[in-house]
Design a protein around this ligand. Structure first.
Ligand code: GRF
Length: 212
């Protein structure tokens, strides 16, 4: 199963995923890392791991539709079975989401549907929740609204800052994301209809967690 990673930031999730594949712990093949930012640490990280990279910066706001088209065509060129958003800080355009419908997943630092959008750990602290965590979900047209595939939780320490909570959550993300991708690769699941009755990806994740 070929996949492309989209990342805008440091890329610690992308690194964990790529290294899991290269180390034989995730049965999927990373084919490229694409960023919207020339200064993304994820780019150097991917190059260090021998992965092709590309940058498609979004220029002026009025170029937005053109950027969506370019990104869609560029991603299509890799012939990916899956696209993984790992800290990609742009909402994808409707045409991009439609083109890769059921083949795109995202990792988010909260227990969705709580705290979608930006600064999720800060939102969680403000709401004084006792438990938070991360979610891997299918990407749909909304912001962090697609069907949930898997979650991992932790107990919130209210004395910690938002960035400390985020770092702890990212520790969970780096474990969960490779396992979800592994489960998808093993199961060949159709992510367009993942949530009929029992969540098949979650049960596969359980099995793959035990087998790792
Ligand atoms: C992660 O918390 C991810 O859930 C969110 O952005 C962050 C990316 O971190 N969407 P990194 O760049 O992978 O370190």
């Amino acid at each position: 199963m070929r996949f492309v990673v989209l990342a805008s930031g440091t890329g610690s999730n992308a690194r964990a995923l790529i290294e899991a594949c290269q180390g034989g712990h995730c049965a999927a093949e990373p084919v490229a890392l694409v960023s919207d930012r020339t200064d993304a640490g994820a780019l150097t990280m991917a190059e260090d791991l021998g992965l092709p990279t590309a940058v498609l910066p979004l220029g002026r706001r009025e170029d937005r539709q053109r950027w969506d088209q370019d990104l869609t065509e560029h991603l299509h060129g890799y012939q990916p079975d899956l696209i993984v958003l790992a800290g990609f800080m742009r909402l994808l355009g409707p045409a991009t989401v439609k083109r890769f419908s059921g083949r795109m997943i995202n990792v988010h630092p909260s227990l969705l549907p709580a705290f979608a959008g930006l600064r999720a750990p800060e939102q969680a602290l403000r709401a004084r929740v006792a438990i938070s965590g991360c979610t891997v979900h299918v990407v749909d047209q909304g912001m962090d609204t697609g069907p949930i595939l898997a979650q991992a939780a932790l107990v919130v320490d209210p004395r910690q800052s938002a960035s400390e909570l985020h770092e702890r959550i990212k520790g969970l993300e780096r474990t969960l994301l490779p396992r979800v991708v592994h489960a998808i690769a093993l199961g060949g699941l159709d992510l367009t209809a993942p949530l009929q009755g029992q969540n098949p990806v979650s049960s596969l994740v359980q099995r793959s967690i035990h087998s790792l």
